[in-house]
Design a protein around this ligand. Structure first.
Ligand code: CAA
Length: 241
């Protein structure tokens, strides 16, 4: 029986590439989405994955999304916490709403999702949790105190959860993408983005599938000795030890 994967924010950008990769690798895939029905329908039609609507910043929505995916596909073996937003502003102009939205969607969401799958994974002695962090959680970025805090928080969460579940066959890892060619990055002002790209040693943005292949690697059954790690995938923009 093939394994079941749930990808939050799985119908657009990096998440869609992850859904496509996992589906092609033989997983039964549920792709979560917040509200873009057109993208969700396209994902369902073109990839043949189950699309599940819900707000990852709501614990109740996550509980019902997990329940629906498990009802339709089976117990979740692989959880990819990918959903994320930006609300960029320098802190001296950032509103409380910009702060709260990013912390809730990008960070509180991983509690909401993990809490709803972890007991089942522990009972079954198997699980793969992959948290999509960011280069900007590792190095910080002007205009992203909210996003950098949330993405750094995901890395600490990953390390704690990895230790709690290592003896239960569950691995918990983070991936820290650099600047990837998605709608999110396209929203960065062109002059700022040009400057950022000039600082990427490989000389280009990353592609969503270059992150998806890392997810597939960490999700595999034979990746059981990798846990608590952060895989940096950024074209050499920020080299971590
Ligand atoms: N270092 C220090 N200060 C800087 C700075 C820098 N590099 N660039 C700008 N500032 C300061 C300015 O001096 C200015 O200060 P004052 O208000 O005191 O004058 C302040 O920041 C605002 O600057 P601007 O008026 O020029 O700019 P703005 O307010 O219109 O926009 C910004 C600022 C929102 C940060 C904008 O530059 C921006 O969007 N930057 C891109 C941020 C970014 O990289 N986002 C990534 C999105 S993609 C993503 O997040 C995916 C991922 O994981 C990588």
């Amino acid at each position: 029986m093939s394994r079941v994967a749930f990808v939050t924010g799985g119908t657009r950008g990096i998440g869609r590439a992850i859904s496509a990769r996992l589906k092609a690798a033989g997983y039964r895939v549920a792709a979560g989405y917040a509200g873009n029905e057109v993208a969700a329908q396209a994902c369902a039609d073109e990839l043949g994955v189950l699309v599940v609507k819900g707000n990852v910043s709501s614990f109740a929505d996550c509980a019902s999304a997990v329940a629906r995916a498990e009802r339709e596909l089976g117990p979740i073996d692989v959880l990819v916490n990918n959903a994320g937003i930006t609300r960029d502003a320098v802190l001296h102009r950032m509103t409380e709403t910009q702060w709260n939205d990013v912390i809730h969607v990008n960070l509180a969401s991983i509690f909401n999702m993990c809490r709803n799958v972890i007991e089942g994974m522990r009972e079954r002695n198997y699980g793969r949790i992959i948290n999509i962090s960011s280069i900007n959680g590792q190095k910080g970025q002007v205009g992203q105190a909210n996003y950098s805090a949330a993405k750094a928080g995901m890395i600490g969460f990953t390390k704690a959860l990895a230790q709690e579940n290592a003896k239960k066959g569950i691995t918990v890892n983070a991936i820290a993408p650099g600047y990837i060619d998605t709608e999110m990055v396209a929203a960065v002002p062109k002059t700022v983005l040009d400057q950022i790209v000039s600082g990427i040693p490989v000389g280009r943005l990353g592609m969503a599938d270059e992150i998806a292949r890392c997810v597939a690697f960490l999700a595999a059954e034979d990746a059981g000795f990798i846990t608590g790690a952060t895989l940096t995938v950024n074209g050499g923009q920020y080299i971590t030890g």
